[in-house]
Design a protein around this ligand. Structure first.
Ligand code: UVW
Length: 327
């Protein structure tokens, strides 16, 4: 790790800022005042989905340590025929389904999903990454075991009712008049300033920064997940001090990892480390910002009420989400 990166890590580190036992990090900046203010940004009653599909055709491919979701039906209408035509097929399940179907014309369907919590649109919990053996706020890496995260699990976010706040879209691709940024494009702090100034929505403390690169459309075009991950444009780790100085509460991008996926100064996932481990700032990945981008360009309004609650999964290091922007 470079000296420059280490020094930046010290400058942005929020450990102790909200108490020695804090597990929420920058979500502490989403105060009641800021949430009430965010609600006033929903003025026209338009709700825009920011989530990508959780399906077998998703961005995880089949080769890495993650897989695409597998969706299985557990009960469906065809089971009525099964109970009628194939007695003895399923023990207790048969008894249960027969009992329900035999009692009248009303039926039900049920299903399961098997997937990594990081399969598609998600928040990374603060327990997701670490270095030098320490997690955010100095918790030991050993706080995360095969039984889950005993500290900094995603349930902390869910229990506090988050993530809800004022979102601000920074549409870097549209600002540059391109459908999407080229592979490997690095977005630096000055780029954020330039786009925000052109768009006209000033950043305020506690805001959730939502950055559009257009990169999600590349995946939809090719469905080649390896190339999509490896070529991703995104934020430079040098944006960490910008995020810190502006008191951003969370950052979400339409790419796989928020940051640019090319080595910057020899550090592995450098912005991940500064955001999650040093600042305590949740990262939102694989968001679909196409509809929001169009909407903001049309009415010239780049802020909105953003609702992206975490699932309450004790000990999880991330959560699938289906965020919405309400304008
Ligand atoms: C890792 O940091 C390993 O994954 P993600 O980009 O999903 O947060």
């Amino acid at each position: 790790m470079t000296e420059e990166w280490r020094k930046a890590a010290e400058r942005v580190r929020n450990w102790g800022r909200w108490g020695a036992d804090d597990q929420l990090g920058t979500l502490n900046l989403l105060t009641p005042d800021r949430i009430a203010y965010a609600a006033t940004r929903a003025r026209q009653g338009r709700s825009i989905s920011l989530g990508v599909p959780f399906d077998a055709d998703g961005p995880q491919g089949s080769g890495g340590f993650r897989r695409n979701p597998i969706h299985l039906m557990a009960v469906d209408g065809g089971d009525a025929d099964l109970t009628a035509n194939l007695s003895g097929w399923g023990g207790a399940a048969e008894a249960q389904v027969t009992g329900m179907y035999a009692s009248g014309p009303m039926r039900f369907n049920d299903d399961y999903i098997m997937m990594p919590l990081q399969a598609a649109t998600q928040w990374d919990a603060l327990s997701h990454v670490y270095y030098d053996g320490l997690l955010y706020n100095g918790y030991p890496a050993a706080a995360v075991t095969s039984r889950g995260a005993s500290k900094l699990g995603i349930e902390r976010v869910a229990e506090r009712g988050g993530v809800v706040g004022r979102g601000v879209l920074v549409d870097v691709a549209r600002h540059r008049n391109v459908a999407r940024l080229d592979a490997g494009t690095v977005i630096g702090p000055h780029d954020l300033d330039a786009v925000i100034e052109a768009q006209g929505a000033a950043i305020e403390p506690g805001d959730i920064l939502v950055v559009r690169t257009g990169w999600w459309t590349r995946f939809l075009e090719t469905r080649r997940s390896g190339e999509w991950f490896g070529g991703s444009p995104g934020l430079s780790w040098r944006c960490a001090e910008w995020l810190h100085a502006h008191d951003i509460s969370a950052v979400a991008v339409d790419n796989p990892a928020v940051e640019v996926m090319r080595p910057e100064d020899g550090v592995m996932l450098p912005l991940h480390m500064l955001a999650l481990r040093d600042m305590g700032m949740p990262l939102g990945e694989i968001w679909d910002l196409e509809a929001l981008g169009h909407d903001c360009a049309e009415d010239g309004v780049y802020d909105f009420l953003l609702c992206a609650p975490a699932l309450r999964i004790p000990g999880a290091v991330g959560t699938p989400i289906s965020p919405v922007a309400i304008k």
